[in-house]
Structure formats: structure tokens, C-alpha cells
Design a protein around this ligand. Structure first.
Ligand code: CTP
Ligand code: MG
Length: 240
């Protein structure tokens, strides 16, 4: 698979893979579940590399690390490791702490992506779009897709229709300048604030969030039905 983004500046991705996968209910950790024989984590790292990522920090459970290392034995880019935290946000923070030191001026501008291992089928061009938007000066970049279901919001005395055309579903990888995402997580930790994703973390410190096109292929493997879709996607010669 060709690399879409061949620029020399490093692009680091933090890949969070330390969740329990309770909704999937598999016998192995979700990130290690194979699709057509290849674990989700390995697929995610391969796609990130194809989109221009040059190094990953994989955040995995502290116990059972060897199986995660085995899954990435043939990774196309260098892999660093961090221990998972209680919440996804803590796992991201642990990953940020493992980023290699750089001279301050370089670190401030380094492109850092944060990605869910469970979104294993992300297209390379989507990764490249996120990287390019950060390089273009955006503080925080989020890939989004339209919402296809009609949506209702629960209110005190029933429910009310929501204008679907104005809604977007949020995916990963989300992209940041390193200075932004490090500062955001530092302030969240200091104020003991929990947010739902990293874009919300950046917003919390006053950054503007830039949207780029995501992809249906970057769906998050969450429930057993998602594995049926995943196998079919690979069999049809889709993204992966
Ligand atoms: N994640 C993590 N650390 C946590 C929780 C989640 O690294 N404490 C990661 C998961 O491994 C996953 C991503 O965050 O790649 C998105 O989370 P989700 O899809 O909810 O995965 P799980 O939390 O593992 O699944 P579930 O909520 O069904 O238990
Ligand atoms: Mg979860």
C-alpha cells in the first residue's frame, strides 16, 4: 500500500487500545480480535502508517502486554508502549506522556493524532486529511460523517425531533498540534474534568475545532454485529 503523505516531519499517533471491550464480549481484548486473521490493532496501525503516520504510541493494558506486542510484530512503523488508564481520557494522557522529547519549538508544532484501535478500517486518505488540516494551522481536527438515522431527543415530558441535517457523528483519528493536546490534557487532569473525546479536551482550553470528512469505513467495532460488517468489508476488498 503506498504512502499518501511522504513529507519528512514526523507524525505520531497515540492509539488507545486499553478498553475492556465489554459490549463486544469477545474472549480476547477487543484490539486483538482478528478480522480475516489480522487483529484490529494491527489493521489500525497499518492504515495510520499508510496515511502518513511515522510512529505510534500504543496504549494497552499493563497485563498481557506480550500478546499486544505479538500483534504488532510486523508493524510498518516504530511502536512505543504505554499503560492503559481507568477512562479513555486517562489512556490518552498516558500515551502523551510517552511521546519522545523534542526541542520545545519542534514539540509545540509536532502533529499528534489520537486514534481508537477499534476503528481498524480507517482509509489512508482520511488520515492524510487530518494531518494536512493540522499542518495547515488548525489547533484541533475532527473527522465527521453525516448522521443517517432520524434522531429524537428525550425531554422531560416525552421526546422532540432533532434536525439531522445539522448533526455530525465524530470519528478518530483526531489531530492536534502537540502543544495543544498536551496543554489540554494537563488542564483536564489539574481540574479533574472528564470529557468525551480529545476535540472536546482542546475545546475546553478554548481551541476551535476544525471538521474534515471522515468515512463510514472508520466505524468503531463496538458490538458483535460490527464484526460481521468488518469481515464483509475485508472480503469485499474495501479499505483493508
Ligand atoms: N480505551 C482505552 N482505555 C480505556 C477505555 C477505552 O484505551 N480506559 C480505548 C478502547 O480500547 C478503544 C477506544 O478507547 O480502542 C474506544 O473505546 P470503546 O470503543 O468504548 O472500547 P472499550 O471501552 O474497550 O469497549 P466497551 O465500552 O464496550 O467496554
Ligand atoms: Mg468504552
Amino acid at each position: 500500500m503506498g504512502h499518501i503523505n511522504n513529507t519528512p516531519e514526523p507524525v505520531v499517533a497515540i492509539v488507545v487500545a486499553a478498553g475492556s471491550g465489554s459490549r463486544l464480549g469477545a474472549e480476547v481484548p477487543k484490539a486483538l480480535v482478528p478480522v480475516a486473521g489480522v487483529p484490529l490493532l494491527a489493521r489500525a496501525v497499518t492504515q495510520l502508517a499508510a496515511g502518513g503516520v511515522t510512529e505510534v504510541v500504543v496504549v494497552a493494558p499493563a497485563e498481557g502486554r506480550q500478546a499486544f506486542m505479538d500483534a504488532l510484530a510486523d508493524a510498518p512503523i516504530p511502536v512505543l508502549w504505554a499503560d492503559g488508564g481507568a477512562e479513555r481520557q486517562h489512556s490518552v494522557a498516558h500515551g502523551l506522556a510517552m511521546l519522545p522529547d523534542l526541542p520545545e519549538a519542534d514539540a509545540e508544532h509536532q502533529v499528534v493524532l489520537v486514534h481508537d484501535a477499534a476503528r481498524a478500517f480507517l482509509p489512508a486518505d482520511m488520515v492524510a486529511r487530518v494531518v494536512e488540516a493540522v499542518r495547515g494551522g488548525a489547533d484541533a481536527v475532527v473527522p465527521v460523517i453525516p448522521v443517517t438515522d432520524s434522531v429524537r431527543e428525550l425531554v422531560d415530558d416525552g421526546s422532540t425531533v432533532v434536525d439531522r441535517a445539522r448533526l455530525r457523528a465524530v470519528q478518530t483519528p483526531q489531530g492536534f498540534r502537540r502543544g495543544v493536546i498536551e496543554e489540554a490534557h494537563r488542564i483536564l487532569a489539574e481540574t479533574e474534568t472528564i470529557v468525551t473525546d480529545d476535540a472536546a479536551a482542546a475545546e475546553y482550553i478554548g481551541c476551535t475545532v476544525t471538521l474534515v470528512d471522515g468515512s463510514r469505513d472508520a466505524f468503531k467495532v463496538t458490538e458483535p454485529l460490527d464484526l460481521v460488517l468488518a469481515e464483509a468489508l475485508v472480503a469485499s476488498g474495501g479499505t483493508a
